[in-house]
Ligand binder design. Structure first.
Ligand SMILES: Cc1cc2nc3c(=O)[nH]c(=O)nc-3n(C[C@H](O)[C@H](O)[C@H](O)COP(=O)(O)O)c2cc1C
Length: 366
């Protein structure tokens, strides 16, 4: 049976699908949020606002890695928060976003005093929930308490990967309605070797890492939070496909947010990822999103040990050679003229690398 309903409810808010925008340049104002809605996002998280507009260094974004496939490239950024004044968001931008009919989540920062003042104002502007970022300040509990006292709508705490997310999530559990993990990682630095200068115009040239490289870290953080607290978790970090989103759902995320993939590929990514989730669920004969949410968590406690040698499924193998090239123990040999592939059982250590490089799932460990 084909999956048609991708809707998810968390904190009393209903999302038409689990793919949300994230705070960033493609949620920088009402029109970009409206465009995300038009292109199939399930909910709208807006760019972080604070008591004053950000003075953003320039340049403030640099793509990482070579190649023309933008979806596989990450970013360093030094963008800070919204350059628009708070009044502009309150008078205009949130209502444009709200006209989409989708849930709108305002992101607020940064000190407890600033965040609670801004939170009370954005609540009056009609947003459905508040995400707060602890990126620059820390002070998690103080900020959460201050916002909790200032508003009645749901509060989502967005955590940075540089903290002990289990500990912080437990300390915030009684104040917040959901967790968002993770913010960017850093600070990081890149230098243009043609000029000897940093690629970004921020202090020290520092920037923050996002995109595909962040995903394993984000997946771990979501798993840690989902297994420590009884609150929904929203996964963010390197989601650019339906399969990426499914990975987050399997470690307990209810929703995902997408930032870098939307920057690199444009706002059509939200609807595409939602569609790929449907296709993946159908292809794997799951009836709903709920069937996969949290599915991986029990396996994290009891990981399965495997044994050499690797076994090749010769029906699936195309002799592409990726396993042979990447086998650090020289255990795999292909003789193309004879159409054979062999694993030397004495050399194979069951390290697993070949399994992960094979594009055809043709290799298994014993
Ligand atoms: C250019 C840029 C600007 C961002 N601005 C914000 C922001 O204003 N507030 C915030 O909480 N996170 C901000 N983020 C972090 C993203 O929302 C997200 O947590 C992070 O980039 C990881 O997701 P991704 O790999 O999909 O980009 C920004 C990220 C980028 C790349």
């Amino acid at each position: 049976m084909a999956v048609r309903d991708l809707s998810v409810e968390i904190a009393g808010i209903s999302f038409r699908n689990p793919v949300l925008t994230a705070a960033g340049p493609l949620s920088r104002d009402g029109m970009t949020l409206l465009e995300a809605a038009h292109h199939g996002a399930g909910g709208l998280v807006a760019k972080t606002v604070s008591v004053r507009p950000a003075q953003v260094p320039r340049p403030n974004m640099a793509a990482l890695g070579p190649g023309r496939v933008l979806s596989q490239r990450g970013l360093l950024n030094a963008e800070l928060w919204s350059e628009l004044p708070l009044e502009r968001w309150l008078d205009r931008e949130y209502s444009i976003a709200l006209s989409s009919g989708l849930p709108v989540i305002a992101s607020v920062g940064y000190t407890p005093e600033e965040a609670s003042e801004v939170a009370a104002k954005v609540e009056r502007a009609g947003v459905h929930a508040i995400e707060f970022s602890t990126h620059y300040v820390g002070q998690h509990v103080e900020i959460a308490k201050a916002i909790r006292e200032a508003v009645d709508i749901p509060i989502f705490a967005k955590l940075s990967p540089s903290v002990d997310v289990r500990k912080v999530a437990k300390s915030l559990e009684k104040y917040v309605d959901a967790f968002v993990a993770i913010n960017t990682l850093g600070p990081c630095l890149r230098v243009d070797i043609e000029t000897g200068r940093p690629v970004l115009g921020s202090d020290n040239g520092y920037g923050w890492l996002s995109g595909p490289a962040l995903r394993p870290l984000a997946v771990r953080c979501v798993a840690d939070i989902a297994s420590s607290v009884r609150r929904p978790v929203i996964g963010v970090g390197g989601v650019s496909s339906g399969a990426d989103a499914i990975e987050f759902l399997m470690v307990g995320a209810s929703l995902v947010e997408v930032c870098t993939a939307a920057i690199m590929n444009g706002p059509t990514v939200y609807g595409r990822i939602a569609q790929e989730i449907v296709e993946w669920l159908d292809a794997h004969q799951y009836e709903s999103l709920a069937d996969v949410v949290g599915m991986a968590l029990p396996h994290l406690r009891r990981t399965e040990q495997r044994h050499p040698p690797a076994r090749i499924d010769r029906e699936l193998c195309t002799l592409c050679g990726l396993c042979e090239r990447s086998c650090v123990y020289d255990a795999i040999s292909i003789v193309r003229e004879r159409g054979t592939i062999d694993v030397d059982a004495g050399r194979c250590t069951a390290c697993g690398l070949c399994v992960s490089v094979c594009p055809h799932r043709a290799i298994e460990l014993g």
